[in-house]
Design a binder for this molecule. Structure first.
Ligand SMILES: [Zn+2]
Length: 116
């Protein structure tokens, strides 16, 4: 039951469950093109600010007013945010080897200076 397209190969390979976990910062691997995919990081960071506002605002209201219905509202909004998180767009990531190749030092001289 795959209904969401891979941003690389445009094949419908990801399920609703995959999208849900991608919105929890999980990195998915496309079974078709084997590229890494996750939710758009900037949109996801903004989305997590909504979670933060939910907890701080309604949790704070519950503590300040002593009305525990604000905690119920906080839980309901949390569930609604979780349900809408499957609609966050996916983004293709660079291959894992590119980052490792970039970290390799081009000039070994600084390491030798530290050894002396
Ligand atoms: Zn793919």
């Amino acid at each position: 039951m795959s209904e969401f397209n891979c941003p690389n190969c445009k094949q419908p390979v990801f399920s609703t469950r995959d999208k849900y976990f991608a919105a929890k910062w999980k990195i998915l691997v496309c079974p078709h093109c084997e590229k890494r995919v996750t939710s758009q990081p900037l949109i996801l960071a903004g989305y997590y600010l909504l979670y933060l506002m939910d907890v701080i605002d309604l949790g704070g209201l519950a503590v300040l007013t002593g009305n525990m219905y604000y905690l119920v509202a906080m839980a309901v909004i949390w569930v609604i945010l979780d349900l809408f998180s499957i609609y966050l767009p996916l983004a293709a990531l660079r291959d894992a080897g590119a980052a490792q190749r970039k970290e390799q030092p081009l000039d070994p001289a600084p390491a030798e200076q530290n050894a002396l």
